[in-house]
Ligand binder design. Structure first.
Ligand code: GLN
Ligand code: ZN
Length: 550
Protein backbone atom coordinates (compact mmCIF):
# COMPACT_ATOMS: atom_id res chain seq x y z
CA UNK A 1 0.00 0.00 0.00
CA UNK A 2 2.95 2.28 0.54
CA UNK A 3 3.88 1.72 -3.09
CA UNK A 4 0.34 2.13 -4.38
CA UNK A 5 -0.17 5.20 -2.22
CA UNK A 6 3.01 6.82 -3.47
CA UNK A 7 2.01 6.77 -7.12
CA UNK A 8 1.10 10.19 -8.42
CA UNK A 9 -2.12 11.01 -10.17
CA UNK A 10 -3.97 8.10 -8.63
CA UNK A 11 -7.58 7.56 -7.59
CA UNK A 12 -8.39 7.43 -3.90
CA UNK A 13 -7.74 4.07 -2.25
CA UNK A 14 -10.18 2.28 0.00
CA UNK A 15 -9.02 -0.99 1.56
CA UNK A 16 -11.95 -3.22 2.44
CA UNK A 17 -11.64 -6.09 4.88
CA UNK A 18 -14.34 -8.35 6.22
CA UNK A 19 -15.06 -11.59 8.10
CA UNK A 20 -13.35 -11.27 11.40
CA UNK A 21 -11.13 -8.70 13.06
CA UNK A 22 -8.05 -7.29 11.37
CA UNK A 23 -5.90 -7.82 14.43
CA UNK A 24 -2.24 -7.08 13.79
CA UNK A 25 -2.96 -5.77 10.32
CA UNK A 26 -5.01 -2.86 11.63
CA UNK A 27 -2.16 -0.62 12.79
CA UNK A 28 -0.31 -1.25 9.54
CA UNK A 29 -3.29 -0.23 7.43
CA UNK A 30 -4.11 2.70 9.71
CA UNK A 31 -0.67 4.10 8.96
CA UNK A 32 -0.76 3.26 5.24
CA UNK A 33 -1.15 6.02 2.65
CA UNK A 34 -4.71 5.09 1.70
CA UNK A 35 -7.78 7.31 1.99
CA UNK A 36 -10.14 4.86 3.58
CA UNK A 37 -10.65 1.56 5.37
CA UNK A 38 -13.73 -0.63 5.42
CA UNK A 39 -13.98 -2.71 8.56
CA UNK A 40 -16.35 -5.37 9.87
CA UNK A 41 -17.95 -4.41 13.19
CA UNK A 42 -20.37 -7.31 13.52
CA UNK A 43 -20.27 -10.16 16.04
CA UNK A 44 -16.87 -11.82 15.92
CA UNK A 45 -15.27 -8.69 14.51
CA UNK A 46 -16.44 -6.33 17.24
CA UNK A 47 -12.85 -6.35 18.53
CA UNK A 48 -12.09 -4.06 15.59
CA UNK A 49 -13.71 -1.26 17.59
CA UNK A 50 -11.35 -1.48 20.56
CA UNK A 51 -8.40 -2.15 18.24
CA UNK A 52 -9.23 0.98 16.28
CA UNK A 53 -9.35 3.10 19.43
CA UNK A 54 -6.05 1.55 20.53
CA UNK A 55 -4.27 2.66 17.35
CA UNK A 56 -5.64 6.18 17.77
CA UNK A 57 -8.35 5.90 15.13
CA UNK A 58 -7.98 6.90 11.50
CA UNK A 59 -7.31 10.64 11.53
CA UNK A 60 -7.57 12.06 8.02
CA UNK A 61 -9.14 8.86 6.71
CA UNK A 62 -12.61 7.73 5.83
CA UNK A 63 -14.03 4.75 7.68
CA UNK A 64 -16.59 2.48 6.06
CA UNK A 65 -18.30 0.88 9.03
CA UNK A 66 -19.71 -2.59 8.41
CA UNK A 67 -22.39 -2.65 11.08
CA UNK A 68 -25.06 -4.51 9.08
CA UNK A 69 -24.15 -8.18 8.97
CA UNK A 70 -23.78 -9.26 5.34
CA UNK A 71 -23.68 -12.95 6.14
CA UNK A 72 -26.67 -13.57 8.35
CA UNK A 73 -30.37 -13.22 7.64
CA UNK A 74 -31.38 -11.37 10.81
CA UNK A 75 -32.55 -7.83 11.33
CA UNK A 76 -30.06 -5.34 12.67
CA UNK A 77 -30.20 -3.99 16.20
CA UNK A 78 -30.44 -0.27 15.33
CA UNK A 79 -29.76 1.02 18.80
CA UNK A 80 -26.66 -1.12 19.07
CA UNK A 81 -25.40 -0.07 15.64
CA UNK A 82 -26.00 3.63 16.35
CA UNK A 83 -23.96 3.33 19.53
CA UNK A 84 -21.09 1.74 17.59
CA UNK A 85 -21.38 4.36 14.85
CA UNK A 86 -21.40 7.15 17.42
CA UNK A 87 -18.12 5.87 18.90
CA UNK A 88 -16.62 5.54 15.43
CA UNK A 89 -17.48 9.17 14.59
CA UNK A 90 -14.81 10.18 17.06
CA UNK A 91 -12.22 7.90 15.48
CA UNK A 92 -12.20 8.87 11.81
CA UNK A 93 -12.62 11.90 9.59
CA UNK A 94 -15.78 10.57 8.14
CA UNK A 95 -17.92 7.48 8.79
CA UNK A 96 -20.03 5.71 6.18
CA UNK A 97 -22.58 3.07 7.12
CA UNK A 98 -22.23 -0.23 5.27
CA UNK A 99 -22.79 -3.94 5.25
CA UNK A 100 -19.98 -5.93 6.84
CA UNK A 101 -19.27 -7.68 3.53
CA UNK A 102 -20.74 -8.21 0.09
CA UNK A 103 -24.42 -9.13 0.09
CA UNK A 104 -23.89 -12.13 -2.18
CA UNK A 105 -24.09 -14.39 0.87
CA UNK A 106 -27.73 -13.60 1.60
CA UNK A 107 -30.91 -14.11 -0.43
CA UNK A 108 -32.55 -11.20 -2.17
CA UNK A 109 -35.79 -10.40 -0.43
CA UNK A 110 -37.36 -11.67 2.78
CA UNK A 111 -40.72 -10.24 1.76
CA UNK A 112 -40.87 -12.76 -1.07
CA UNK A 113 -41.17 -15.53 1.52
CA UNK A 114 -44.93 -15.76 1.60
CA UNK A 115 -44.90 -19.15 3.34
CA UNK A 116 -43.04 -17.86 6.36
CA UNK A 117 -45.28 -16.72 9.20
CA UNK A 118 -45.23 -12.88 9.17
CA UNK A 119 -44.49 -13.01 12.90
CA UNK A 120 -41.17 -14.70 12.04
CA UNK A 121 -40.59 -12.91 8.76
CA UNK A 122 -40.30 -9.62 10.65
CA UNK A 123 -37.08 -10.98 12.22
CA UNK A 124 -35.54 -11.59 8.81
CA UNK A 125 -33.42 -9.24 6.71
CA UNK A 126 -32.22 -10.40 3.31
CA UNK A 127 -30.31 -8.14 0.88
CA UNK A 128 -33.18 -5.73 0.16
CA UNK A 129 -33.95 -5.32 3.84
CA UNK A 130 -30.29 -4.87 4.66
CA UNK A 131 -29.88 -2.03 2.19
CA UNK A 132 -32.85 -0.32 3.84
CA UNK A 133 -31.21 -0.83 7.22
CA UNK A 134 -28.02 0.78 5.93
CA UNK A 135 -29.79 3.87 4.61
CA UNK A 136 -31.89 4.14 7.76
CA UNK A 137 -28.83 4.00 10.01
CA UNK A 138 -27.04 6.51 7.79
CA UNK A 139 -29.99 8.87 8.14
CA UNK A 140 -30.02 8.41 11.91
CA UNK A 141 -26.30 9.05 12.08
CA UNK A 142 -26.40 12.17 9.90
CA UNK A 143 -29.64 13.75 11.13
CA UNK A 144 -29.99 12.38 14.63
CA UNK A 145 -32.30 9.67 15.93
CA UNK A 146 -35.31 12.00 15.71
CA UNK A 147 -35.15 11.51 11.95
CA UNK A 148 -35.77 7.77 12.34
CA UNK A 149 -38.09 7.60 15.35
CA UNK A 150 -40.65 5.35 13.68
CA UNK A 151 -38.00 3.00 12.33
CA UNK A 152 -36.34 2.73 15.72
CA UNK A 153 -39.63 1.89 17.40
CA UNK A 154 -40.48 -0.75 14.81
CA UNK A 155 -37.00 -2.24 15.11
CA UNK A 156 -37.30 -2.41 18.90
CA UNK A 157 -40.64 -4.17 18.59
CA UNK A 158 -39.33 -6.68 16.06
CA UNK A 159 -36.31 -7.49 18.23
CA UNK A 160 -38.51 -7.87 21.29
CA UNK A 161 -40.85 -10.16 19.41
CA UNK A 162 -37.93 -12.39 18.49
CA UNK A 163 -36.37 -12.38 21.97
CA UNK A 164 -39.66 -13.16 23.69
CA UNK A 165 -40.98 -15.70 21.23
CA UNK A 166 -41.87 -19.26 22.17
CA UNK A 167 -40.17 -20.25 18.91
CA UNK A 168 -36.76 -18.97 20.00
CA UNK A 169 -37.26 -20.16 23.57
CA UNK A 170 -38.88 -23.55 23.84
CA UNK A 171 -38.72 -24.53 27.53
CA UNK A 172 -38.67 -28.26 26.76
CA UNK A 173 -35.68 -27.91 24.42
CA UNK A 174 -33.90 -25.63 26.89
CA UNK A 175 -34.40 -28.05 29.76
CA UNK A 176 -33.12 -30.93 27.69
CA UNK A 177 -29.95 -29.20 26.48
CA UNK A 178 -29.25 -27.98 30.00
CA UNK A 179 -29.41 -31.54 31.31
CA UNK A 180 -26.82 -32.92 28.85
CA UNK A 181 -23.84 -34.57 30.53
CA UNK A 182 -20.54 -35.90 29.21
CA UNK A 183 -21.90 -39.41 29.61
CA UNK A 184 -24.58 -38.68 27.00
CA UNK A 185 -21.83 -38.27 24.43
CA UNK A 186 -20.20 -41.61 25.11
CA UNK A 187 -21.00 -44.93 23.48
CA UNK A 188 -21.90 -47.61 25.97
CA UNK A 189 -18.73 -49.58 25.17
CA UNK A 190 -15.28 -48.66 23.89
CA UNK A 191 -14.57 -49.37 20.23
CA UNK A 192 -12.39 -52.40 20.95
CA UNK A 193 -15.36 -54.16 22.52
CA UNK A 194 -18.03 -52.75 20.22
CA UNK A 195 -16.24 -53.98 17.16
CA UNK A 196 -16.35 -57.61 18.32
CA UNK A 197 -20.13 -57.43 18.73
CA UNK A 198 -20.46 -55.58 15.43
CA UNK A 199 -18.47 -58.13 13.49
CA UNK A 200 -20.53 -60.95 14.90
CA UNK A 201 -23.69 -59.03 14.08
CA UNK A 202 -22.95 -58.21 10.45
CA UNK A 203 -20.64 -61.06 9.47
CA UNK A 204 -18.78 -58.97 6.90
CA UNK A 205 -15.77 -60.10 4.87
CA UNK A 206 -12.43 -58.34 5.12
CA UNK A 207 -12.37 -55.12 3.10
CA UNK A 208 -16.15 -54.74 3.10
CA UNK A 209 -17.62 -52.71 0.26
CA UNK A 210 -20.17 -49.93 0.66
CA UNK A 211 -21.18 -46.56 -0.79
CA UNK A 212 -21.64 -43.16 0.83
CA UNK A 213 -25.41 -42.97 0.53
CA UNK A 214 -26.91 -41.32 -2.50
CA UNK A 215 -27.35 -42.91 -5.92
CA UNK A 216 -27.87 -40.89 -9.13
CA UNK A 217 -30.63 -38.29 -8.87
CA UNK A 218 -32.21 -39.17 -12.19
CA UNK A 219 -34.52 -37.09 -14.34
CA UNK A 220 -37.31 -39.45 -13.32
CA UNK A 221 -36.77 -38.53 -9.68
CA UNK A 222 -36.67 -34.82 -10.42
CA UNK A 223 -39.81 -35.19 -12.54
CA UNK A 224 -41.54 -37.06 -9.72
CA UNK A 225 -40.79 -34.20 -7.32
CA UNK A 226 -41.94 -31.60 -9.85
CA UNK A 227 -45.11 -33.64 -10.50
CA UNK A 228 -45.82 -33.76 -6.78
CA UNK A 229 -45.32 -30.01 -6.42
CA UNK A 230 -47.55 -29.31 -9.42
CA UNK A 231 -50.24 -31.67 -8.17
CA UNK A 232 -49.90 -34.01 -11.16
CA UNK A 233 -49.37 -36.89 -8.73
CA UNK A 234 -50.43 -37.20 -5.09
CA UNK A 235 -48.13 -38.12 -2.25
CA UNK A 236 -49.09 -41.80 -2.53
CA UNK A 237 -48.07 -41.74 -6.19
CA UNK A 238 -44.83 -40.01 -5.31
CA UNK A 239 -44.04 -42.56 -2.62
CA UNK A 240 -44.58 -45.37 -5.11
CA UNK A 241 -41.98 -43.84 -7.41
CA UNK A 242 -39.54 -43.48 -4.52
CA UNK A 243 -40.09 -47.10 -3.52
CA UNK A 244 -39.53 -48.25 -7.11
CA UNK A 245 -36.25 -46.37 -7.10
CA UNK A 246 -35.18 -47.84 -3.76
CA UNK A 247 -35.87 -51.36 -4.99
CA UNK A 248 -33.90 -50.72 -8.16
CA UNK A 249 -30.93 -49.30 -6.23
CA UNK A 250 -30.97 -52.27 -3.83
CA UNK A 251 -31.22 -54.80 -6.63
CA UNK A 252 -28.24 -53.27 -8.38
CA UNK A 253 -26.14 -53.35 -5.21
CA UNK A 254 -27.07 -56.96 -4.50
CA UNK A 255 -26.28 -58.03 -8.03
CA UNK A 256 -22.95 -56.20 -7.91
CA UNK A 257 -22.01 -57.86 -4.64
CA UNK A 258 -21.76 -54.80 -2.40
CA UNK A 259 -21.66 -55.82 1.26
CA UNK A 260 -23.36 -52.95 3.10
CA UNK A 261 -26.19 -51.45 1.10
CA UNK A 262 -27.83 -48.02 1.04
CA UNK A 263 -31.33 -47.04 -0.03
CA UNK A 264 -29.93 -44.33 -2.30
CA UNK A 265 -31.59 -41.26 -0.71
CA UNK A 266 -34.01 -40.71 -3.63
CA UNK A 267 -36.56 -39.01 -1.32
CA UNK A 268 -34.11 -36.24 -0.39
CA UNK A 269 -34.08 -32.99 -2.32
CA UNK A 270 -31.00 -32.00 -0.34
CA UNK A 271 -29.21 -33.59 2.58
CA UNK A 272 -29.78 -30.59 4.87
CA UNK A 273 -33.10 -29.22 3.65
CA UNK A 274 -34.70 -32.66 3.87
CA UNK A 275 -34.15 -32.67 7.63
CA UNK A 276 -34.73 -28.94 8.11
CA UNK A 277 -38.22 -29.32 6.63
CA UNK A 278 -39.08 -31.89 9.29
CA UNK A 279 -37.61 -30.20 12.35
CA UNK A 280 -39.50 -27.65 14.44
CA UNK A 281 -37.65 -24.33 14.66
CA UNK A 282 -36.13 -24.66 11.18
CA UNK A 283 -37.46 -22.66 8.21
CA UNK A 284 -37.13 -23.57 4.57
CA UNK A 285 -37.29 -20.65 2.14
CA UNK A 286 -39.03 -20.58 -1.20
CA UNK A 287 -36.81 -18.07 -2.97
CA UNK A 288 -33.76 -17.83 -0.73
CA UNK A 289 -31.17 -18.75 -3.34
CA UNK A 290 -27.52 -17.94 -2.72
CA UNK A 291 -24.47 -18.80 -4.75
CA UNK A 292 -22.64 -21.88 -3.57
CA UNK A 293 -19.86 -21.96 -6.14
CA UNK A 294 -19.64 -21.28 -9.87
CA UNK A 295 -23.11 -21.55 -11.29
CA UNK A 296 -24.39 -23.69 -8.44
CA UNK A 297 -26.98 -22.10 -6.19
CA UNK A 298 -28.44 -23.43 -2.97
CA UNK A 299 -31.32 -22.45 -0.72
CA UNK A 300 -29.98 -22.80 2.81
CA UNK A 301 -32.70 -23.27 5.41
CA UNK A 302 -32.84 -20.96 8.41
CA UNK A 303 -32.24 -22.10 11.99
CA UNK A 304 -34.80 -19.70 13.41
CA UNK A 305 -35.78 -21.13 16.77
CA UNK A 306 -35.17 -23.88 19.29
CA UNK A 307 -34.94 -27.20 17.46
CA UNK A 308 -36.97 -30.29 18.15
CA UNK A 309 -38.13 -33.31 16.19
CA UNK A 310 -41.87 -33.86 16.21
CA UNK A 311 -41.66 -37.29 14.61
CA UNK A 312 -39.25 -39.75 12.96
CA UNK A 313 -37.73 -38.40 9.73
CA UNK A 314 -36.06 -41.32 7.99
CA UNK A 315 -37.16 -44.52 9.71
CA UNK A 316 -39.92 -45.35 7.24
CA UNK A 317 -37.62 -45.30 4.20
CA UNK A 318 -34.76 -47.06 5.91
CA UNK A 319 -37.06 -49.78 7.20
CA UNK A 320 -38.68 -50.15 3.81
CA UNK A 321 -35.26 -50.64 2.23
CA UNK A 322 -34.22 -53.16 4.87
CA UNK A 323 -37.46 -55.09 4.32
CA UNK A 324 -36.45 -55.61 0.69
CA UNK A 325 -33.10 -57.29 1.27
CA UNK A 326 -31.33 -59.73 3.56
CA UNK A 327 -28.12 -57.70 3.38
CA UNK A 328 -27.44 -54.90 5.89
CA UNK A 329 -28.74 -51.46 4.86
CA UNK A 330 -27.33 -48.24 6.29
CA UNK A 331 -29.63 -45.63 7.80
CA UNK A 332 -28.43 -42.18 6.71
CA UNK A 333 -28.53 -38.94 8.67
CA UNK A 334 -26.93 -35.55 8.21
CA UNK A 335 -24.87 -34.62 11.25
CA UNK A 336 -25.34 -31.51 13.41
CA UNK A 337 -22.22 -29.66 12.24
CA UNK A 338 -23.19 -30.01 8.59
CA UNK A 339 -26.77 -29.00 9.38
CA UNK A 340 -25.40 -25.73 10.81
CA UNK A 341 -22.75 -25.24 8.15
CA UNK A 342 -25.21 -25.38 5.27
CA UNK A 343 -27.96 -23.33 6.93
CA UNK A 344 -28.32 -19.74 8.14
CA UNK A 345 -27.58 -19.89 11.85
CA UNK A 346 -28.98 -17.96 14.77
CA UNK A 347 -27.09 -14.90 15.94
CA UNK A 348 -28.78 -14.78 19.34
CA UNK A 349 -27.01 -17.73 20.94
CA UNK A 350 -23.61 -19.42 20.60
CA UNK A 351 -23.26 -21.83 17.66
CA UNK A 352 -22.47 -24.62 20.10
CA UNK A 353 -25.91 -24.21 21.72
CA UNK A 354 -27.65 -24.49 18.36
CA UNK A 355 -25.52 -27.50 17.47
CA UNK A 356 -26.48 -29.19 20.73
CA UNK A 357 -30.19 -28.72 20.02
CA UNK A 358 -29.85 -30.15 16.52
CA UNK A 359 -27.77 -33.01 17.92
CA UNK A 360 -30.45 -33.96 20.43
CA UNK A 361 -33.11 -33.97 17.71
CA UNK A 362 -30.90 -36.23 15.59
CA UNK A 363 -30.18 -38.39 18.61
CA UNK A 364 -33.89 -39.16 18.80
CA UNK A 365 -33.73 -40.26 15.17
CA UNK A 366 -30.74 -42.49 15.90
CA UNK A 367 -32.71 -44.03 18.77
CA UNK A 368 -35.69 -44.71 16.53
CA UNK A 369 -33.51 -46.20 13.82
CA UNK A 370 -31.91 -48.45 16.42
CA UNK A 371 -35.29 -49.49 17.75
CA UNK A 372 -36.40 -50.30 14.20
CA UNK A 373 -33.49 -52.73 13.91
CA UNK A 374 -31.37 -50.68 11.48
CA UNK A 375 -28.18 -52.60 10.68
CA UNK A 376 -25.80 -49.64 10.44
CA UNK A 377 -26.35 -45.93 11.10
CA UNK A 378 -24.31 -43.36 9.21
CA UNK A 379 -24.17 -39.74 10.35
CA UNK A 380 -22.59 -37.62 7.61
CA UNK A 381 -20.38 -34.69 8.52
CA UNK A 382 -19.03 -33.53 5.13
CA UNK A 383 -18.75 -29.93 6.37
CA UNK A 384 -16.78 -30.57 9.54
CA UNK A 385 -13.50 -29.48 7.99
CA UNK A 386 -15.06 -26.75 5.86
CA UNK A 387 -16.30 -24.71 8.83
CA UNK A 388 -13.00 -24.80 10.70
CA UNK A 389 -12.47 -21.13 11.70
CA UNK A 390 -9.91 -19.05 9.80
CA UNK A 391 -7.80 -18.34 12.86
CA UNK A 392 -5.90 -21.18 14.48
CA UNK A 393 -6.63 -19.61 17.85
CA UNK A 394 -10.33 -20.30 17.30
CA UNK A 395 -9.95 -23.95 16.25
CA UNK A 396 -10.09 -25.55 19.68
CA UNK A 397 -13.39 -23.96 20.66
CA UNK A 398 -15.00 -24.88 17.33
CA UNK A 399 -13.74 -28.45 17.34
CA UNK A 400 -14.91 -28.91 20.92
CA UNK A 401 -18.56 -28.11 20.18
CA UNK A 402 -18.41 -29.77 16.77
CA UNK A 403 -17.19 -33.10 18.09
CA UNK A 404 -19.39 -32.84 21.19
CA UNK A 405 -22.52 -32.39 19.10
CA UNK A 406 -21.58 -35.32 16.86
CA UNK A 407 -21.03 -37.56 19.86
CA UNK A 408 -24.30 -36.40 21.36
CA UNK A 409 -26.03 -37.51 18.17
CA UNK A 410 -24.46 -40.95 18.21
CA UNK A 411 -23.77 -41.44 21.90
CA UNK A 412 -25.59 -43.68 24.32
CA UNK A 413 -27.01 -46.56 22.42
CA UNK A 414 -25.94 -50.14 22.23
CA UNK A 415 -22.67 -51.35 20.64
CA UNK A 416 -24.73 -52.54 17.70
CA UNK A 417 -25.57 -51.11 15.19
CA UNK A 418 -22.18 -49.76 14.17
CA UNK A 419 -21.94 -46.02 13.60
CA UNK A 420 -20.49 -44.78 10.35
CA UNK A 421 -19.62 -41.24 9.38
CA UNK A 422 -18.47 -39.57 6.18
CA UNK A 423 -16.46 -36.47 5.29
CA UNK A 424 -15.58 -34.85 1.97
CA UNK A 425 -13.02 -32.13 1.24
CA UNK A 426 -9.33 -32.81 1.63
CA UNK A 427 -6.75 -31.52 4.13
CA UNK A 428 -7.88 -33.61 7.04
CA UNK A 429 -4.35 -33.45 8.41
CA UNK A 430 -5.09 -30.67 10.88
CA UNK A 431 -8.28 -32.23 12.22
CA UNK A 432 -7.31 -35.88 12.63
CA UNK A 433 -7.57 -35.58 16.39
CA UNK A 434 -11.13 -34.28 16.00
CA UNK A 435 -11.95 -37.16 13.64
CA UNK A 436 -10.65 -39.52 16.29
CA UNK A 437 -12.72 -37.73 18.95
CA UNK A 438 -15.92 -38.49 17.01
CA UNK A 439 -15.53 -42.11 18.13
CA UNK A 440 -17.33 -43.34 15.00
CA UNK A 441 -16.79 -47.00 14.23
CA UNK A 442 -16.18 -46.40 10.53
CA UNK A 443 -15.35 -43.22 8.64
CA UNK A 444 -15.39 -42.90 4.86
CA UNK A 445 -13.30 -40.09 3.43
CA UNK A 446 -12.48 -38.50 0.13
CA UNK A 447 -9.03 -39.85 -0.80
CA UNK A 448 -8.79 -40.94 -4.45
CA UNK A 449 -7.34 -37.73 -5.87
CA UNK A 450 -4.69 -37.51 -3.16
CA UNK A 451 -3.86 -41.21 -3.67
CA UNK A 452 -4.88 -42.21 -0.16
CA UNK A 453 -2.94 -39.47 1.58
CA UNK A 454 -5.57 -39.41 4.30
CA UNK A 455 -4.88 -43.07 5.08
CA UNK A 456 -1.30 -42.13 5.87
CA UNK A 457 -2.46 -39.19 7.96
CA UNK A 458 -4.78 -41.44 9.95
CA UNK A 459 -2.02 -44.00 10.42
CA UNK A 460 0.49 -41.36 11.50
CA UNK A 461 -2.00 -40.27 14.13
CA UNK A 462 -2.53 -43.86 15.27
CA UNK A 463 -6.21 -43.76 14.33
CA UNK A 464 -7.63 -46.80 16.07
CA UNK A 465 -10.90 -47.47 14.26
CA UNK A 466 -12.11 -48.45 10.78
CA UNK A 467 -11.77 -46.21 7.74
CA UNK A 468 -12.76 -46.22 4.10
CA UNK A 469 -10.50 -43.85 2.16
CA UNK A 470 -12.29 -43.40 -1.18
CA UNK A 471 -10.95 -45.29 -4.19
CA UNK A 472 -13.19 -43.65 -6.80
CA UNK A 473 -13.11 -39.89 -7.43
CA UNK A 474 -16.81 -39.28 -7.95
CA UNK A 475 -16.29 -35.65 -8.94
CA UNK A 476 -15.31 -36.91 -12.37
CA UNK A 477 -17.39 -38.98 -14.81
CA UNK A 478 -14.30 -41.10 -15.43
CA UNK A 479 -14.67 -44.80 -14.57
CA UNK A 480 -11.74 -46.10 -12.51
CA UNK A 481 -10.54 -49.53 -13.61
CA UNK A 482 -10.49 -52.44 -11.16
CA UNK A 483 -6.66 -52.41 -11.31
CA UNK A 484 -6.57 -48.74 -10.40
CA UNK A 485 -8.93 -49.21 -7.47
CA UNK A 486 -6.97 -52.27 -6.35
CA UNK A 487 -3.72 -50.32 -6.45
CA UNK A 488 -5.27 -47.65 -4.23
CA UNK A 489 -6.53 -50.32 -1.85
CA UNK A 490 -3.07 -51.86 -1.60
CA UNK A 491 -1.74 -48.43 -0.85
CA UNK A 492 -4.40 -48.02 1.83
CA UNK A 493 -3.39 -51.37 3.31
CA UNK A 494 0.10 -50.08 3.94
CA UNK A 495 -1.43 -47.57 6.35
CA UNK A 496 -4.56 -49.27 7.66
CA UNK A 497 -4.68 -53.00 8.51
CA UNK A 498 -7.07 -55.14 6.49
CA UNK A 499 -9.46 -55.76 9.35
CA UNK A 500 -10.03 -52.00 9.62
CA UNK A 501 -10.09 -51.01 5.94
CA UNK A 502 -13.31 -50.40 4.01
CA UNK A 503 -13.81 -50.07 0.28
CA UNK A 504 -15.98 -47.21 -0.97
CA UNK A 505 -16.17 -44.26 -3.37
CA UNK A 506 -15.06 -40.78 -2.31
CA UNK A 507 -18.54 -39.39 -1.80
CA UNK A 508 -22.24 -39.79 -2.58
CA UNK A 509 -23.29 -40.53 -6.16
CA UNK A 510 -26.18 -38.13 -6.61
CA UNK A 511 -24.41 -36.03 -9.22
CA UNK A 512 -23.28 -39.06 -11.25
CA UNK A 513 -25.13 -40.85 -14.04
CA UNK A 514 -26.09 -44.50 -13.89
CA UNK A 515 -23.73 -45.54 -16.68
CA UNK A 516 -20.53 -44.63 -14.87
CA UNK A 517 -22.01 -45.55 -11.49
CA UNK A 518 -22.67 -49.11 -12.64
CA UNK A 519 -19.26 -49.59 -14.21
CA UNK A 520 -17.32 -47.95 -11.39
CA UNK A 521 -19.02 -49.88 -8.59
CA UNK A 522 -18.54 -53.15 -10.45
CA UNK A 523 -14.85 -52.35 -10.74
CA UNK A 524 -14.68 -51.34 -7.11
CA UNK A 525 -16.16 -54.67 -6.00
CA UNK A 526 -13.81 -56.56 -8.34
CA UNK A 527 -10.88 -54.70 -6.83
CA UNK A 528 -11.99 -55.58 -3.31
CA UNK A 529 -12.29 -59.26 -4.28
CA UNK A 530 -8.90 -59.27 -5.90
CA UNK A 531 -7.14 -57.64 -2.96
CA UNK A 532 -9.02 -59.80 -0.46
CA UNK A 533 -7.85 -62.91 -2.29
CA UNK A 534 -4.27 -61.77 -1.93
CA UNK A 535 -4.52 -61.34 1.81
CA UNK A 536 -3.00 -64.05 3.96
CA UNK A 537 -5.28 -66.02 6.24
CA UNK A 538 -4.28 -64.03 9.32
CA UNK A 539 -5.99 -61.10 7.70
CA UNK A 540 -2.92 -58.99 7.26
CA UNK A 541 -1.51 -57.45 4.26
CA UNK A 542 0.10 -58.93 1.21
CA UNK A 543 3.05 -56.55 1.28
CA UNK A 544 4.03 -56.75 4.89
CA UNK A 545 2.67 -53.33 5.92
CA UNK A 546 -0.52 -52.80 7.80
CA UNK A 547 0.86 -52.20 11.24
CA UNK A 548 -0.99 -48.94 11.53
CA UNK A 549 2.17 -47.07 12.49
CA UNK A 550 3.28 -44.00 10.60
N1 GLN B 1 -24.85 -39.38 2.29
C1 GLN B 1 -24.64 -38.25 1.45
C2 GLN B 1 -24.69 -38.68 0.00
O1 GLN B 1 -24.26 -39.70 -0.32
C3 GLN B 1 -23.32 -37.57 1.73
C4 GLN B 1 -23.11 -36.41 0.81
C5 GLN B 1 -21.86 -35.63 1.08
O2 GLN B 1 -20.87 -36.14 1.51
N2 GLN B 1 -21.86 -34.37 0.75
O3 GLN B 1 -25.14 -37.97 -0.85
ZN1 ZN C 1 -18.86 -36.57 0.62
Amino acid sequence: YRELGASTDRPKLLVASYFDRLGDALHVLAAAPVEGLALDFTDGASANLADLAAVGGLPGKRLVAGVVNGRNVWINDYQNSLTTLGTLLGLADRVDVAASCSLLHVPLDANAERDIDPQIRRWLAFARQKTTEITTLARGLAQGTDAITAELAANRADLASRAGSAITHDPAVRARTAAVTDADGRRSQPYARRTVAQRAHLGLPLLPTTTIGSFPQTNELRTARADLRAGRIDSAGYEERIKDEIREVLAFQEKTGIDVLVHGEPERNDMVQYFAEQLTGYLATQHGWVQSYGTRYVRPPVLAGDISRPEPMTVRWTSYAQSQTAKPVKGMLTGPVTMLAWSFVRDDQPLGDTARQVALALRDEVGDLEAAGTSVIQVDEPALRETLPLRAADHAEYLAWATESFRLTTGGGRPVPPGHTHMCYAEFGDIVQAIDDLDADVISLEAARSHMQVADELAAHGYPREAGPGVWDIHSPRVPSAEEAAALLRKGLRAIPAERLWVNPDCGLKTRGWTETRASLENLVAAAHEVRAGLTSDGCCPRGGGGGGG
